[in-house]
Design a protein around this ligand. Structure first.
Ligand SMILES: Nc1ncnc2c1ncn2[C@@H]1O[C@H](COP(=O)(O)OP(=O)(O)OP(=O)(O)O)[C@@H](O)[C@H]1O
Length: 681
């Protein structure tokens, strides 16, 4: 067998690094050549400018662009080679295809092809053959290529940790130590953004990443099950698999806020892909409303819910978050078409256009959104009159026709129609529209939906894959909008237990009703937190299906303080202890923003950051924020202040507490005064 022992592997690693260095030198050479040629070309143009005609100039410009493009590709290639030099591969399979001898397949983040020997020295983790690394242990195995299935036997499966070009350890798989590398990865402390997990992707995760069939993939996964990580790896996989037809700029990520977008922004570049465009839900809404309406944000809605218990406000949200609401909107649209159009004969000069003709014209355009039909019918009616009267129409007559047609319909403004909908369902109190005040968040997408149905909308046709994270926070109407605006394939992920607004949460089942063609995957294994922390969080929101990874740490601490001042002092001491603990990230997660500000006031210092709904980037070190904004993030250590019965008592509070506690990887502390919240008692 090749490279059997540790010593062999070390030597082989040196050999590969040598090859990589040579390849880098070659790229450097060609980059230099391109830039020399580019300079010469520019000089030539400069000198001969006067003698060149337009066609010459265009041709010269094109050839410069081509050179620059090839030059850029060389620079990208060099960046990848440098990265491979740090850690060329993380896995190896010795695979014997049926009837052939076993050959080693080294697997890394990118492929590395030896031009001279015309062999692949390193396989990209996304290559078909690499899938066996995630799917099989030793023994019989197979992988699927576009031209068919290849069967054979895996004779060796080895994992490596190579950092800064040094082999730190290697491990051969047998049945028992399979989780060892994963355990080491998870036990590490983290001060940074989300990372790639290529070396330890698990089998069920791999199936989601490599799924090519699903038009809509819905991933419901418990806290810390790797949903976000998997979704990003799936994007990297699709970019690789369909590299001829999909580019990074063809993908769109809809994320809950800017901080989250920044938190996940590293993963794809780490995997060698370009940055993917992202949009926050509110930005999409503003765009779809053409910035014509001011509206409350989701964060403001949740903050309002946390600040006071207003049953009427809750009722409005609840109603507009139901699947029924969407059905009723659809019924109303039908009703409107059937009963609100009052056709009449139309007289222009001596010509009468019978109402039957007008009605028939409207019917012809039944595929055009209702409000868009008027202009089309007006044109047809003008043609009709011109034909019948045998003369041209005056400007006034044309205007009269348009107005007369408009009068046949009660409304021409979507907001008026939206208001009428509530009268029609007999619940006018469910719409709060104060003049000048912003729209409530719960109305935003309903209004957009009506606009789409009534006025039509230009879709984001350039998007070829849409990724939606935190799916539980979006309502059926929101999904109905998304499905009309984005006709491409979609990956939708979230966890119904981690809602920040229990009155408007969507489960995988709800989403399935909007996307009946969806493939739904459920993930129950949880990787983030120690067993102790996961068990503790289960007291808040039990989920009998969750399978925590066997990893231990200190039990979560509940610290009762004699007074509010003593509580702030305790948090200060905990912060000091954190500095000496070896942990690198600490999240202090409060229920509301004013509470977070209060804690920040006391703890302010270097490397302590307050994250608010206005923040645009993730910060390393100590973060003080709210549960809503911490959603999706994780920290080595988490402190949850003010965990009293008084502060955490409603359904919304409970959701917040669950989200806050599940952010902790290794250590969790709750502080409180008075009575402890009953959610954990
Ligand atoms: N196969 C894996 N190998 C190594 N680490 C993993 C793996 N799967 C998940 N993780 C780690 O588990 C943690 C949680 O992952 P991630 O944030 O993607 O989960 P999530 O399901 O989106 O979480 P949540 O819904 O609670 O925000 C991350 O630190 C991630 O790196």
């Amino acid at each position: 067998m090749t490279n059997e022992t540790l010593q062999d592997e070390k030597e082989y690693l040196e050999e590969i690094k040598e090859q990589l260095t040579l390849a880098i030198r070659r790229v450097d050479g060609s980059v230099k050549q391109f830039s020399d040629e580019l300079r010469e070309k520019k000089e030539y143009i400069h000198e001969h400018q006067s003698g060149m005609d337009e066609a010459d100039m265009v041709a010269a410009g094109q050839s410069i662009n081509r050179m620059a493009f090839t030059g850029e590709a060389a620079v990208t290639r060099k960046r990848k080679l440098l990265k491979l030099g740090q850690s060329p591969y993380f896995g190896r399979l010795d695979f014997a295809a049926a009837g052939q001898a076993a050959a080693p397949v080294y697997i890394g983040i990118y492929s590395f092809f030896d031009e001279q020997r015309r062999t692949n020295l390193i396989y990209d983790w996304r290559a078909p053959i690499s899938s066996m690394f995630y799917d099989f242990e030793l023994g019989e195995a197979f992988y699927t290529t576009p031209s068919g299935t290849v069967r054979g036997t895996i004779e060796l499966r080895r994992q490596y940790k190579i950092r800064d070009g040094r082999l730190e350890f290697m491990l051969d798989s047998d049945v028992n130590i399979h989780d060892d590398v994963l355990q080491r990865e998870l036990a590490k402390s983290s001060d940074d953004k989300l990372k790639n997990i290529v070396a330890t992707i698990q089998r069920d995760q791999n199936a989601v990443i490599r799924n090519e069939e699903a038009a809509v993939m819905v991933i419901q996964g418990v806290a810390g099950s790797g949903k976000t990580s998997i979704a990003l790896h799936r994007i990297a996989f699709l970019l690789y698999r369909y590299r001829e037809t999909i580019a990074a700029s063809d993908i769109l990520i809809i994320s809950p806020n800017k901080v989250f977008a920044d938190y996940i922004s590293n993963v794809l570049p780490e995997l060698g892909e370009e940055h993917i465009p992202e949009l926050v839900m509110e930005e999409l809404a503003a765009d779809l409303l053409e910035n014509r309406y001011r509206f409350q944000t989701f964060f403001e809605q949740v903050s309002a819910l946390l600040e006071q218990h207003d049953p009427a406000f809750i009722e409005r949200i609840r109603f507009k978050s139901s699947f029924d609401f969407l059905s009723q909107l659809n019924q109303y649209l039908l009703h409107m078409e059937n009963s609100y159009l009052r056709f009449q004969d139309l007289r222009v000069g001596s010509t009468v256009v019978p109402k039957a003709i007008i009605e028939q014209k409207f019917r012809t355009y039944h595929r055009v959104p209702l409000l868009g039909r008027f202009a089309l019918v007006a044109q047809d009616v003008r043609d009709y009159v011109r034909h019948a009267a045998g003369r041209k129409l005056s400007g006034r007559e044309k205007g009269t026709i348009g107005e007369a047609l408009n009068r046949m319909f009660r409304f021409h403004n979507v907001l008026d129609i939206y208001r009428d909908f509530y009268r029609w369902v007999g619940r006018p109190e469910l719409l709060r529209l104060e003049p000048g005040a912003p729209l409530e968040y719960a109305d935003v997408f309903a209004l957009i939906y009506l606009r789409i149905r009534l006025e039509g909308i230009s879709t984001y046709a350039h998007v070829k894959h849409l990724l939606i994270d935190e799916m539980q926070d979006y309502t059926p109407v929101q999904y109905a909008v998304l499905s009309r605006v984005f006709t491409c394939r979609k990956t939708i992920l979230g966890d119904v237990s981690q809602t920040v607004n229990p009155y408007s949460a969507s489960s995988a089942e709800t989403i399935e009703r909007v996307f009946p063609q969806a493939d739904v995957v459920r993930l129950y294994r949880s990787y983030r937190s120690t067993l102790e922390i996961t068990a503790f969080a289960q007291r808040i929101v039990p989920n009998p299906h969750i399978i925590p990874l066997e990893r231990h740490g200190p039990a979560p601490a509940l610290v009762r303080c004699p007074s509010p001042q003593a509580e702030l002092d305790t948090i200060k001491q905990l912060l000091e202890a954190f500095h000496g603990s070896g942990n690198q990230s600490l999240g202090i997660i409060c229920k509301t923003l004013p509470q977070a500000e209060q804690v920040y006031e006391v703890l302010q210092g270097p490397n302590v950051h307050l994250l608010t709904d206005e923040s645009s980037s993730f910060q390393e070190g100590v973060i003080i924020t709210t549960a809503h904004l911490a959603k999706g993030l994780e920290f080595d250590e988490v402190i949850v202040p003010f965990a009293s019965a008084q502060n955490y008592r409603t359904e919304v509070d409970k959701s917040m507490l669950y989200v806050a506690c599940t952010r902790a990887m290794h250590q969790l502390t709750l502080t409180y005064t008075g009575e402890l919240t009953t959610f954990v008692a």
